[in-house]
Design a protein around this ligand. Structure first.
Ligand code: FAD
Length: 453
């Protein structure tokens, strides 16, 4: 009998399998699709390295780079191009540099904010006056929009809160849970009475691990699929693709799409929340109905490769973000500036994000229409008229989990309803970034082995 079944072969499921293997436990991993990796996929076209979704991961949360190191990929990690780390904001049809010293929503250099043409004088004053806004005393959850409006003002929300913070989750800031998505800011407000003060005073970083990468984000030389391939090569357990879990009974018996039945000691579900809910509908209907309330948005990426000589734009930064109503696209990454090895010599790679909660129907456009949309927006915003030599569209339907206000309460209810053999992990729960998914997968594995409560 397999001691533990993992459902889903994205990064969360693979990290769970790796942890089980490290602990000497027997496992089977079921992945419905023919390929491992879920939302991590890299394609190589005519010398371009094109990421379908994620293109890099945060190093401040150590779990992903540590996993790379454990599986022997430390020499394959590549940092972002720090010489050109500028990010632009589309404002009134023009790209303006993000104010100097702005860390997401937190202005750490007043002069940098005061110099910026992005905000009105009143908007700047309001942002800098965050240190005088009394902290909220009740501990109820609130939306990102309510938090940013309350502490930094409406202009900060319109310009940065939505595009930079809610953008990470492809979310509507009016519904995104502050406590689930940005617990660090909530903590700083409580502990220091002000987020700006908290970042300044509490900013002393933990002692640097000499092995830690030096840039805030890293990727792998041949793209993030290297992480998936690296795990796949090192996992020696029973890893199956093309086999889905289709139902779980109340005694923990799992049925698969190929007619197999398994009754393992524990089941780790790493598939998206609503799909997890459907699997346990008859076994634990109360938990299934909570999972059924978890919502998602859809997004897409359009990657365009050009001959560098035909682009009359310096591409001097990581790209730009788009505040509400400024464009039909959500953001753009100048991939070959941000990371090395993304375009062949003499070429550049640009990626455009489409869809999101404001333009959900765009995901249903054809590839030709999406490429035309991306090109016309790049022409309007950056003056790019050239014809791309490579174009590739990826659609991510219902792939962006929305942590709606009250998310943490729902997780607590789920934990109370879950039998000891059931473990939920992955981007639907406590963090969407790759490091958080790795952490959740490994933690679920350790819980399944009763190594942690
Ligand atoms: C466009 C986009 C850009 C992103 N950019 C970044 C970024 O730059 N950096 C970053 O850190 N994060 C980024 N993310 C987020 C990150 O990539 C994801 O949160 C993470 O990869 C999710 O991993 P997961 O294993 O939890 O889920 P998934 O990758 O969704 O894996 C779940 C797996 O379960 C499988 N499955 C579903 N149903 C069944 C079933 N019944 N039986 C068996 N298997 C099943 C699916 O086929 C899938 O492979 C991005 C996400 C998107 C959509």
């Amino acid at each position: 009998m397999n001691r533990i079944v993992i459902v889903g072969g994205g990064i969360t499921g693979l990290a769970a399998a790796w942890e089980l293997q490290q602990q000497g436990a027997d496992y089977v991993l079921l992945e419905a699709s023919p390929r491992l990796g879920g939302k991590i996929v890299t394609e190589y076209i005519d010398g371009f390295t094109i990421e379908g979704a994620a293109d890099s991961f945060l190093t401040q949360k150590p779990w992903a780079w540590q996993l790379c190191r454990e599986i022997g990929l430390q020499d394959r990690l590549i940092g972002t191009n720090e010489a050109q780390r500028q990010v632009y904001v589309l404002h009134g049809g023009k790209l303006q540099p993000m104010p100097r010293g702005l860390r997401l929503i937190v202005p750490l250099e007043p002069d940098g904010l005061l110099e910026s043409p992005l905000l009105s004088d009143e908007g700047k004053r309001r942002m800098l006056a965050e240190t005088d806004v009394p902290p909220r005393l009740d501990h109820a959850d609130e939306s990102l929009a309510a938090f940013v409006r309350r502490r930094f003002g409406q202009e900060a929300l319109d310009l940065f809160g939505e595009s930079l913070l809610a953008g990470i989750h492809v979310s509507d800031p009016e519904t995104l849970s502050m406590q689930a998505a940005f617990p660090n800011y909530v903590k700083l407000e409580r502990e220091y009475g002000s987020v700006i003060r908290g970042v300044r005073e509490g900013a002393a970083p933990p002692p640097a691990d000499p092995a830690a990468p030096r840039t805030a984000f890293v990727s792998l030389r041949n793209g993030l699929s290297e992480l998936i391939a690296g795990l796949q090569a090192r996992l020696n357990g029973d890893v199956r693709t093309g086999q889905a879990a289709i139902q779980i009974d109340s005694d923990g018996t799992l049925h698969t799409s190929t007619g197999e039945r398994m009754t393992p000691e524990a089941i780790i579900l790493t598939l998206p929340a609503r799909a997890a809910g459907r699997l346990i509908e008859s076994a634990i209907p109360a938990a299934a109905s909570i999972l059924g309330t978890f919502t998602t948005t859809s997004s897409g990426t359009v990657s365009l490769g050009y001959r560098a000589a035909e682009i009359d734009h310096p591409l001097d930064g990581f790209g730009f973000v788009v505040p509400h109503g400024e464009a039909r696209i959500l953001a753009s990454t100048w991939s070959s500036t941000k990371l090395p090895y993304r375009a062949p010599d003499g070429h550049v790679l640009i990626r455009v994000f489409v869809g999101g909660y404001e333009h959900p129907a765009d995901i249903d456009l054809s590839d030709t229409e999406l490429i035309a949309l991306a090109r016309s927006e790049l022409k309007r915003i950056m003056g790019i008229q050239a014809v791309p030599v490579v174009s590739r569209v990826f659609r991510w339907r219902d792939a962006n989990p929305q942590y709606a206000v009250g998310h943490l309460d729902r997780l607590a209810e789920l934990a109370a309803l879950s039998p000891a053999w059931l473990h939920l992990a992955g981007c639907s729960y406590t963090g969407v970034g790759i490091p958080d998914c790795v952490r959740q997968g490994r933690q679920a594995a350790r819980r399944a082995l009763h190594l942690v409560p």
